[in-house]
Ligand binder design. Structure first.
Ligand SMILES: [Zn+2]
Length: 139
């Protein structure tokens, strides 16, 4: 599986297929998402793609009012806040993404450690259609 290089582009191509992929070090077992081409833990360079479970828990978050361009285009901003967070995946790696299903109007109610699962967010139409990584709170 390792003939696809460990780039952000490849990561997003997998997201389009609704797969959350990371890289796995066959020597020390560490998993990285987004994928890394080599293992900073043991310096191995022959990592393998691995599909992740998508299960995790919220490790940190912020509610965003001053949105970057891509999120403004998606309709977020001062009038429509969104939550950006870091999720600790079941595989032990941490990844940042939009967090869905939280009460952005009352950030004090958002709890660190809340279980979440991967969500694939589709935005745009036709050629401009893209899949973004998100996580949603498990109800
Ligand atoms: Zn390693």
């Amino acid at each position: 599986m390792s003939e696809i290089s460990f780039t952000g582009t490849a990561f997003y191509e997998f997201l389009k297929e609704h797969k959350l992929m990371g890289s796995h070090c066959p020597h020390c077992g560490t998993v990285y998402a987004p994928p890394r081409p080599f293992c900073p833990t043991c310096m191995a360079a022959d990592l393998e793609w691995v599909e992740l479970s998508g299960a995790g828990k919220l490790a940190s978050y912020s509610v965003i009012a001053i949105a970057p361009t891509a999120m403004l285009e998606a309709g977020y901003g001062r009038e429509n806040l969104y939550c950006s967070g870091v999720v600790e995946l079941a595989e032990g790696t941490r990844i940042s993404a939009q967090i869905l299903g939280v009460d952005v109007a009352h950030p004090e109610n958002i709890v660190i450690g809340t279980p979440v699962k991967v969500a694939f967010i589709e935005r745009g139409e036709g050629e401009a259609r893209k899949t973004f990584l998100g996580f949603e709170v498990i109800a």
